[in-house]
Design a protein around this ligand. Structure first.
Ligand code: PLP
Length: 364
Protein backbone atom coordinates (compact mmCIF):
# COMPACT_ATOMS: atom_id res chain seq x y z
CA UNK A 1 0.00 0.00 0.00
CA UNK A 2 1.58 3.35 -1.00
CA UNK A 3 2.27 5.82 1.77
CA UNK A 4 1.15 9.31 0.74
CA UNK A 5 1.75 11.36 3.90
CA UNK A 6 4.78 12.37 5.93
CA UNK A 7 5.42 10.01 8.82
CA UNK A 8 7.72 11.37 11.50
CA UNK A 9 9.49 9.46 14.24
CA UNK A 10 6.87 10.64 16.68
CA UNK A 11 3.76 12.77 17.13
CA UNK A 12 2.35 13.96 20.45
CA UNK A 13 -0.49 12.05 22.11
CA UNK A 14 -3.14 14.74 22.34
CA UNK A 15 -6.50 14.76 24.12
CA UNK A 16 -9.43 16.41 22.27
CA UNK A 17 -8.90 20.19 22.19
CA UNK A 18 -12.21 20.90 23.97
CA UNK A 19 -10.86 19.17 27.09
CA UNK A 20 -7.95 21.58 27.19
CA UNK A 21 -10.22 24.54 26.43
CA UNK A 22 -12.48 23.73 29.38
CA UNK A 23 -9.50 23.76 31.71
CA UNK A 24 -8.18 26.95 30.14
CA UNK A 25 -11.51 28.71 30.73
CA UNK A 26 -10.91 28.15 34.45
CA UNK A 27 -7.40 29.57 34.14
CA UNK A 28 -8.73 32.67 32.39
CA UNK A 29 -11.50 33.22 34.89
CA UNK A 30 -9.19 32.83 37.90
CA UNK A 31 -6.48 34.96 36.29
CA UNK A 32 -3.81 32.70 37.79
CA UNK A 33 -1.37 31.76 35.06
CA UNK A 34 1.54 30.39 37.09
CA UNK A 35 3.17 30.31 40.57
CA UNK A 36 2.12 26.77 41.52
CA UNK A 37 -1.52 27.47 40.69
CA UNK A 38 -4.46 25.07 41.15
CA UNK A 39 -3.95 23.20 37.86
CA UNK A 40 -0.26 22.57 38.53
CA UNK A 41 -1.23 21.20 41.93
CA UNK A 42 -3.97 19.08 40.39
CA UNK A 43 -1.56 17.83 37.73
CA UNK A 44 0.97 16.87 40.41
CA UNK A 45 -1.74 15.03 42.35
CA UNK A 46 -3.05 13.18 39.29
CA UNK A 47 0.42 12.08 38.14
CA UNK A 48 1.25 10.94 41.68
CA UNK A 49 -2.03 9.00 41.93
CA UNK A 50 -1.68 7.45 38.46
CA UNK A 51 1.87 6.28 39.09
CA UNK A 52 1.44 5.54 42.79
CA UNK A 53 4.29 7.80 43.86
CA UNK A 54 4.84 9.85 46.97
CA UNK A 55 6.43 13.18 46.06
CA UNK A 56 6.46 15.09 42.80
CA UNK A 57 7.58 18.59 41.82
CA UNK A 58 6.32 19.57 38.35
CA UNK A 59 8.68 21.89 36.50
CA UNK A 60 9.17 23.76 33.23
CA UNK A 61 11.08 21.00 31.38
CA UNK A 62 13.15 17.87 31.89
CA UNK A 63 16.47 19.67 31.52
CA UNK A 64 15.74 22.01 34.40
CA UNK A 65 14.53 19.01 36.42
CA UNK A 66 18.03 17.49 36.16
CA UNK A 67 19.63 20.81 37.12
CA UNK A 68 17.31 21.15 40.10
CA UNK A 69 18.12 17.61 41.23
CA UNK A 70 21.86 18.35 41.13
CA UNK A 71 21.28 21.60 43.02
CA UNK A 72 18.98 20.02 45.63
CA UNK A 73 21.58 17.36 46.42
CA UNK A 74 24.28 20.08 46.58
CA UNK A 75 26.56 18.13 44.28
CA UNK A 76 30.07 19.34 43.55
CA UNK A 77 32.72 17.51 41.54
CA UNK A 78 32.45 14.58 39.15
CA UNK A 79 29.19 12.93 38.15
CA UNK A 80 29.37 9.54 36.48
CA UNK A 81 26.99 9.24 33.55
CA UNK A 82 26.37 7.59 30.19
CA UNK A 83 27.56 8.78 26.78
CA UNK A 84 24.52 7.22 25.07
CA UNK A 85 21.99 9.91 25.89
CA UNK A 86 20.50 13.18 24.75
CA UNK A 87 22.77 16.19 25.21
CA UNK A 88 20.52 17.61 27.98
CA UNK A 89 21.77 14.99 30.46
CA UNK A 90 25.31 16.25 30.00
CA UNK A 91 24.65 19.97 29.60
CA UNK A 92 22.66 20.00 32.86
CA UNK A 93 25.66 18.58 34.72
CA UNK A 94 27.96 21.17 33.18
CA UNK A 95 25.53 24.07 33.80
CA UNK A 96 25.48 23.09 37.48
CA UNK A 97 29.26 23.41 37.63
CA UNK A 98 29.94 19.67 37.83
CA UNK A 99 32.05 17.48 35.55
CA UNK A 100 30.46 14.63 33.59
CA UNK A 101 32.57 11.46 33.65
CA UNK A 102 31.52 8.89 31.10
CA UNK A 103 31.16 5.19 31.72
CA UNK A 104 30.48 3.04 28.67
CA UNK A 105 27.18 1.25 28.04
CA UNK A 106 26.05 -2.33 27.87
CA UNK A 107 25.51 -2.68 24.08
CA UNK A 108 22.45 -4.88 24.63
CA UNK A 109 20.44 -2.80 27.12
CA UNK A 110 21.91 0.50 25.82
CA UNK A 111 22.18 1.63 29.47
CA UNK A 112 25.27 2.44 31.52
CA UNK A 113 27.22 -0.73 32.33
CA UNK A 114 27.36 -1.02 36.14
CA UNK A 115 30.41 -3.27 35.92
CA UNK A 116 32.46 -0.38 34.55
CA UNK A 117 31.34 2.23 37.09
CA UNK A 118 33.65 1.51 40.01
CA UNK A 119 36.81 1.98 37.95
CA UNK A 120 35.79 5.62 37.39
CA UNK A 121 35.08 6.45 41.03
CA UNK A 122 37.67 8.63 42.75
CA UNK A 123 37.75 11.19 45.56
CA UNK A 124 36.07 13.82 43.34
CA UNK A 125 33.10 11.62 42.45
CA UNK A 126 29.88 12.84 44.07
CA UNK A 127 27.11 11.07 42.17
CA UNK A 128 25.97 8.65 39.49
CA UNK A 129 23.45 9.88 36.90
CA UNK A 130 22.25 6.97 34.76
CA UNK A 131 19.62 7.27 32.03
CA UNK A 132 16.84 4.71 31.55
CA UNK A 133 17.36 4.77 27.79
CA UNK A 134 14.16 4.58 25.73
CA UNK A 135 12.23 3.86 28.94
CA UNK A 136 14.22 0.68 29.61
CA UNK A 137 15.35 0.59 33.25
CA UNK A 138 19.02 0.75 34.09
CA UNK A 139 20.33 -1.96 36.41
CA UNK A 140 19.03 -0.06 39.43
CA UNK A 141 19.91 -2.75 41.94
CA UNK A 142 23.58 -2.84 40.92
CA UNK A 143 23.85 0.95 40.61
CA UNK A 144 22.26 1.62 44.00
CA UNK A 145 24.59 -0.95 45.62
CA UNK A 146 27.66 0.77 44.13
CA UNK A 147 26.38 4.18 45.26
CA UNK A 148 25.81 2.89 48.77
CA UNK A 149 29.29 1.35 48.95
CA UNK A 150 30.93 4.60 47.91
CA UNK A 151 28.54 7.06 49.63
CA UNK A 152 27.44 8.57 46.32
CA UNK A 153 24.12 10.17 45.42
CA UNK A 154 22.06 8.80 42.52
CA UNK A 155 19.91 10.81 40.13
CA UNK A 156 18.05 8.79 37.51
CA UNK A 157 17.38 10.55 34.23
CA UNK A 158 14.00 8.95 33.60
CA UNK A 159 13.04 11.42 30.85
CA UNK A 160 11.62 8.54 28.75
CA UNK A 161 10.09 6.57 31.60
CA UNK A 162 6.53 7.65 32.39
CA UNK A 163 4.63 4.44 33.16
CA UNK A 164 7.73 2.29 33.70
CA UNK A 165 7.82 -0.07 36.69
CA UNK A 166 10.80 -1.63 38.44
CA UNK A 167 10.26 -4.42 40.95
CA UNK A 168 6.56 -3.66 41.22
CA UNK A 169 6.73 0.09 41.74
CA UNK A 170 7.16 3.18 39.64
CA UNK A 171 10.72 3.63 38.40
CA UNK A 172 10.47 7.23 39.65
CA UNK A 173 10.67 5.95 43.25
CA UNK A 174 14.35 5.01 42.84
CA UNK A 175 17.50 7.03 43.41
CA UNK A 176 17.83 10.05 45.66
CA UNK A 177 15.91 11.85 42.92
CA UNK A 178 14.45 10.69 39.61
CA UNK A 179 13.56 13.18 36.92
CA UNK A 180 11.33 12.96 33.90
CA UNK A 181 10.31 14.99 30.87
CA UNK A 182 6.78 15.88 29.76
CA UNK A 183 8.06 17.23 26.43
CA UNK A 184 5.65 16.94 23.47
CA UNK A 185 7.41 13.76 22.30
CA UNK A 186 7.08 11.91 25.60
CA UNK A 187 4.50 9.32 26.82
CA UNK A 188 2.73 12.05 28.80
CA UNK A 189 3.12 15.56 27.50
CA UNK A 190 2.44 19.08 28.71
CA UNK A 191 4.02 20.52 25.48
CA UNK A 192 7.09 21.43 27.55
CA UNK A 193 7.43 20.18 31.09
CA UNK A 194 9.13 17.84 33.47
CA UNK A 195 9.24 16.71 37.08
CA UNK A 196 11.46 15.64 39.95
CA UNK A 197 10.50 12.73 42.20
CA UNK A 198 11.95 11.77 45.57
CA UNK A 199 10.95 9.70 48.57
CA UNK A 200 12.79 12.10 50.87
CA UNK A 201 10.45 14.80 52.25
CA UNK A 202 13.27 17.25 53.05
CA UNK A 203 14.65 17.00 49.50
CA UNK A 204 11.10 17.39 48.20
CA UNK A 205 10.69 20.66 50.11
CA UNK A 206 14.08 21.85 48.88
CA UNK A 207 13.14 21.11 45.27
CA UNK A 208 9.92 23.11 45.70
CA UNK A 209 11.90 26.03 47.03
CA UNK A 210 14.52 25.84 44.25
CA UNK A 211 11.72 25.78 41.67
CA UNK A 212 10.43 29.09 43.03
CA UNK A 213 13.53 31.29 43.21
CA UNK A 214 14.53 29.81 46.61
CA UNK A 215 11.50 31.16 48.50
CA UNK A 216 10.26 29.50 51.70
CA UNK A 217 6.85 27.77 51.88
CA UNK A 218 5.02 31.06 52.44
CA UNK A 219 6.85 32.75 49.57
CA UNK A 220 8.19 35.43 51.91
CA UNK A 221 11.87 34.80 52.51
CA UNK A 222 14.62 33.50 50.25
CA UNK A 223 16.05 30.46 51.98
CA UNK A 224 17.76 28.65 49.12
CA UNK A 225 19.82 29.11 45.99
CA UNK A 226 16.89 28.76 43.60
CA UNK A 227 15.79 29.83 40.16
CA UNK A 228 12.67 29.78 38.02
CA UNK A 229 11.71 26.17 37.32
CA UNK A 230 7.93 26.63 37.45
CA UNK A 231 5.40 24.87 35.25
CA UNK A 232 2.64 27.21 34.06
CA UNK A 233 -1.11 26.67 34.43
CA UNK A 234 -1.42 26.47 30.63
CA UNK A 235 1.04 23.58 30.47
CA UNK A 236 -0.65 21.87 33.42
CA UNK A 237 -3.99 22.14 31.56
CA UNK A 238 -2.50 20.32 28.57
CA UNK A 239 -1.10 17.66 30.93
CA UNK A 240 -4.41 17.21 32.78
CA UNK A 241 -6.23 16.61 29.50
CA UNK A 242 -3.54 14.28 28.14
CA UNK A 243 -3.25 12.18 31.30
CA UNK A 244 -6.74 10.89 30.54
CA UNK A 245 -5.21 9.11 27.53
CA UNK A 246 -2.17 7.75 29.34
CA UNK A 247 -3.53 4.30 30.09
CA UNK A 248 -4.61 3.67 26.53
CA UNK A 249 -1.40 5.28 25.16
CA UNK A 250 0.70 2.85 27.22
CA UNK A 251 -1.30 -0.15 26.02
CA UNK A 252 -1.18 1.10 22.44
CA UNK A 253 2.63 1.46 22.47
CA UNK A 254 3.09 -2.05 23.76
CA UNK A 255 0.89 -3.49 21.03
CA UNK A 256 2.63 -1.45 18.29
CA UNK A 257 6.07 -2.36 19.61
CA UNK A 258 5.11 -6.06 19.43
CA UNK A 259 3.83 -5.62 15.87
CA UNK A 260 7.12 -4.06 14.66
CA UNK A 261 9.11 -6.73 16.48
CA UNK A 262 7.06 -9.47 14.86
CA UNK A 263 7.62 -8.14 11.35
CA UNK A 264 11.27 -7.20 11.74
CA UNK A 265 12.34 -10.39 13.52
CA UNK A 266 12.03 -12.04 10.11
CA UNK A 267 15.54 -10.78 9.37
CA UNK A 268 18.02 -12.04 11.96
CA UNK A 269 20.62 -9.35 11.18
CA UNK A 270 18.39 -6.85 12.94
CA UNK A 271 18.86 -6.63 16.70
CA UNK A 272 16.66 -5.02 19.31
CA UNK A 273 17.30 -3.40 22.67
CA UNK A 274 17.25 -5.95 25.49
CA UNK A 275 14.32 -4.64 27.52
CA UNK A 276 12.54 -5.23 30.80
CA UNK A 277 8.96 -6.39 30.45
CA UNK A 278 7.76 -3.48 32.59
CA UNK A 279 9.19 -0.77 30.31
CA UNK A 280 6.84 1.59 28.49
CA UNK A 281 7.77 0.68 24.89
CA UNK A 282 7.94 4.37 24.12
CA UNK A 283 10.49 4.05 21.28
CA UNK A 284 11.25 1.42 18.70
CA UNK A 285 15.03 1.40 18.30
CA UNK A 286 16.48 -1.00 15.73
CA UNK A 287 20.15 -1.95 15.94
CA UNK A 288 21.53 -2.48 12.43
CA UNK A 289 24.59 -4.61 11.70
CA UNK A 290 26.46 -1.58 10.29
CA UNK A 291 26.09 2.16 9.83
CA UNK A 292 25.95 1.79 6.06
CA UNK A 293 23.05 -0.61 6.40
CA UNK A 294 21.27 1.93 8.64
CA UNK A 295 21.91 4.72 6.13
CA UNK A 296 20.51 2.63 3.26
CA UNK A 297 17.34 1.96 5.23
CA UNK A 298 17.02 5.59 6.33
CA UNK A 299 17.35 6.72 2.70
CA UNK A 300 14.75 4.21 1.51
CA UNK A 301 12.33 5.34 4.20
CA UNK A 302 12.96 9.04 3.51
CA UNK A 303 12.15 8.43 -0.17
CA UNK A 304 8.70 7.32 0.99
CA UNK A 305 8.42 10.40 3.23
CA UNK A 306 9.05 8.43 6.39
CA UNK A 307 11.44 10.08 8.83
CA UNK A 308 12.92 7.86 11.54
CA UNK A 309 15.57 9.37 13.83
CA UNK A 310 19.05 8.47 14.92
CA UNK A 311 18.60 8.72 18.71
CA UNK A 312 21.29 9.22 20.11
CA UNK A 313 23.81 10.00 17.43
CA UNK A 314 26.64 10.73 17.72
CA UNK A 315 27.68 9.38 21.11
CA UNK A 316 27.93 12.38 23.45
CA UNK A 317 31.56 11.66 24.43
CA UNK A 318 32.55 12.69 20.88
CA UNK A 319 31.30 16.28 21.39
CA UNK A 320 34.82 17.67 21.76
CA UNK A 321 33.61 21.30 21.66
CA UNK A 322 32.04 20.57 25.06
CA UNK A 323 34.34 18.03 26.72
CA UNK A 324 37.70 16.40 26.05
CA UNK A 325 37.34 13.14 24.12
CA UNK A 326 37.40 9.89 26.08
CA UNK A 327 36.97 6.70 24.08
CA UNK A 328 33.66 4.87 24.70
CA UNK A 329 33.78 1.97 22.22
CA UNK A 330 30.37 0.41 22.90
CA UNK A 331 28.46 3.69 22.89
CA UNK A 332 30.24 5.06 19.82
CA UNK A 333 29.61 1.84 17.92
CA UNK A 334 25.95 1.47 18.90
CA UNK A 335 25.19 5.16 18.32
CA UNK A 336 26.19 4.66 14.66
CA UNK A 337 23.85 1.70 14.27
CA UNK A 338 20.65 2.62 16.14
CA UNK A 339 17.67 4.02 14.28
CA UNK A 340 14.36 4.75 16.02
CA UNK A 341 11.40 3.93 13.80
CA UNK A 342 8.16 5.95 13.91
CA UNK A 343 6.07 5.05 16.94
CA UNK A 344 3.16 7.07 18.26
CA UNK A 345 -0.48 6.89 19.28
CA UNK A 346 -2.05 7.81 15.94
CA UNK A 347 0.32 5.65 13.84
CA UNK A 348 -1.69 2.96 12.07
CA UNK A 349 -0.92 -0.75 12.09
CA UNK A 350 -0.78 -0.53 8.28
CA UNK A 351 1.90 2.12 8.57
CA UNK A 352 3.93 -0.20 10.80
CA UNK A 353 3.53 -2.99 8.27
CA UNK A 354 4.65 -0.71 5.40
CA UNK A 355 7.60 0.68 7.30
CA UNK A 356 8.73 -2.81 8.28
CA UNK A 357 8.39 -3.99 4.67
CA UNK A 358 10.59 -1.14 3.43
CA UNK A 359 13.21 -1.98 6.08
CA UNK A 360 13.15 -5.69 5.20
CA UNK A 361 13.17 -5.09 1.41
CA UNK A 362 16.13 -2.72 1.68
CA UNK A 363 18.13 -5.34 3.55
CA UNK A 364 17.49 -8.07 0.92
C1 PLP B 1 17.51 11.34 28.12
C2 PLP B 1 16.96 12.74 28.18
N1 PLP B 1 17.24 13.51 29.24
C3 PLP B 1 16.76 14.76 29.35
C4 PLP B 1 15.97 15.32 28.38
C5 PLP B 1 15.50 16.73 28.52
O1 PLP B 1 14.12 16.86 28.60
P1 PLP B 1 13.38 18.20 28.10
O2 PLP B 1 13.37 18.17 26.61
O3 PLP B 1 12.03 18.11 28.70
O4 PLP B 1 14.17 19.35 28.64
C6 PLP B 1 15.65 14.56 27.25
C7 PLP B 1 14.78 15.14 26.20
O5 PLP B 1 14.31 14.55 25.32
C8 PLP B 1 16.16 13.24 27.13
O6 PLP B 1 15.90 12.49 26.06
Amino acid sequence: MPINKNIYVTLPTLAPLNMVMELLEGVWSRGIMTHNGPLVQQFENEVAAFLGIKNIVAVANGTIAIQMAIRALELKGEIITTPFTFIATISSIIWEGCMPVFVDIDPETLNIDPEKIEKKINKHTCAILPVHVFGNCSNIEAIDAIAKRHHLKVIYDAAHSVGVQYKGKSVFEYGDISVTSFHATKMLNTAEGGACFTLNDAIHEKLRSIRFFGFDKDHKEIIDDGFNGKMTEVHAAVGLANIKLLNSALKDRKQKYALYKDFLSQNSVLKFQKIHEDCNYSYFPVIFPSESCLLDVEKALNQKRIYPRRYFYPSVNTFTHILPYVEMPASEDVAKRVLCLPLYYSLGNDDIKNISKIVLDTLK
